[in-house]
Ligand binder design. Structure first.
Ligand SMILES: NC(=O)c1ccc[n+]([C@@H]2O[C@H](COP(=O)([O-])OP(=O)(O)OC[C@H]3O[C@@H](n4cnc5c(N)ncnc54)[C@H](O)[C@@H]3O)[C@@H](O)[C@H]2O)c1
Length: 258
């Protein structure tokens, strides 16, 4: 059994769609480290999936709908959460979306609407969720968001999602500054490619994976369980002085110049 470094902590997890979701890997690791978790699901379509997965933690595990592009959904979610707990310690943001056509062609063809949608769902939502979560983090807290290297370098086809991830990473720094005095830490994990539902929407994803196997110092990307372990570290006292950072869990790919 893992050490219970998150014993007594309460966390909220945004972004489980299915068992391959990165959010699921981090939720499993947080739960194994002793945290009690509450989940969102994006809409009725995903409810059954998420319900079945979180059933693993016992029938009493709460899950509520929340489409992060809706202010009223976010308000309703946190209202229900406040009925479950008067304190929150952890929040995971593992949510992203861009219209499929924006991830296929040239970046220069990105429409205003695709740009707006990608930024709204993939970056602004972190700010909106942090604003609701912070007042509950009365004992300090740890907020984590998932990002990708396409935020800082051009990754063909990643397009507007790279620009939205740059916004997410910058938002993390500004949130870290705002919330630091309340002992709330805000960090990103920058994961190497993982074969999930969202990843399969990026054209050329398998080529990306192969590239990491050829070029990364560790000759691979990362496993979901490793993202879970980093998620536990950042949420625990081990990460107590780390905030506003992007932590790379990518087989070392990010250090390469060529
Ligand atoms: N898979 C990868 O290779 C990879 C690499 C680096 C970072 N990431 C990031 O990890 C995070 C999770 O993605 P994943 O790969 O686990 O895929 P996933 O498809 O399992 O998860 C994406 C989640 O976003 C949710 N979502 C999308 N639009 C939403 C909305 N309007 N409201 C609420 N939820 C919404 C989906 O329901 C889903 O649960 C994303 O931020 C993604 O960009 C993924």
């Amino acid at each position: 059994m893992q050490p219970q470094v998150l014993a007594g902590k309460v966390g909220v997890v945004f972004g489980v769609a299915n068992k391959r979701s990165i959010a699921w890997a981090i939720a499993q690791a947080w739960a194994a480290a002793g945290a009690r978790l509450v989940f969102n699901y994006q809409g009725e379509r995903l409810k059954e999936n998420v319900e079945e997965l979180v059933g693993e933690f016992g029938q009493s595990t709460a899950l509520y709908p929340c489409d992060v592009s809706s202010d009223s959904d976010i308000a309703a979610f946190f209202e229900k959460l406040r009925g479950e707990t008067d304190r929150l310690d952890l929040m995971l943001h593992s949510v992203a979306f861009a219209p499929k056509e924006a991830l296929e062609g040239d970046f220069v063809s990105t429409t205003r609407e695709a740009f707006r949608t990608a930024h709204d769902i993939s970056a602004y939502s972190l700010v909106a969720l942090a604003r609701e979560a912070a007042p509950l983090m009365t004992n300090g807290g740890s907020i984590l968001a998932m990002t990708y290297y396409g935020a800082e370098k051009v990754v063909p086809h990643y397009n507007v999602m790279g620009v939205a991830k740059a916004s997410l990473e910058a938002s993390t720094r500004y949130l870290a500054y705002d919330l630091g005095p309340k002992k709330i830490r805000v960090n990103c994990i920058s994961a190497g490619p993982v074969n999930t539902l969202a990843a399969r929407g990026i054209s050329g994803f398998m080529a990306m994976m192969k590239h990491y196997q050829e070029r990364a110092p560790l000759k691979r990307s990362c496993d979901p369980a490793e993202l879970g372990a980093t998620g536990v570290f950042l949420a625990s006292d081990g990460g107590a002085a780390i905030t506003g950072q992007v932590i790379y869990v990518d087989g070392g790919y990010q250090i390469m110049g060529m």
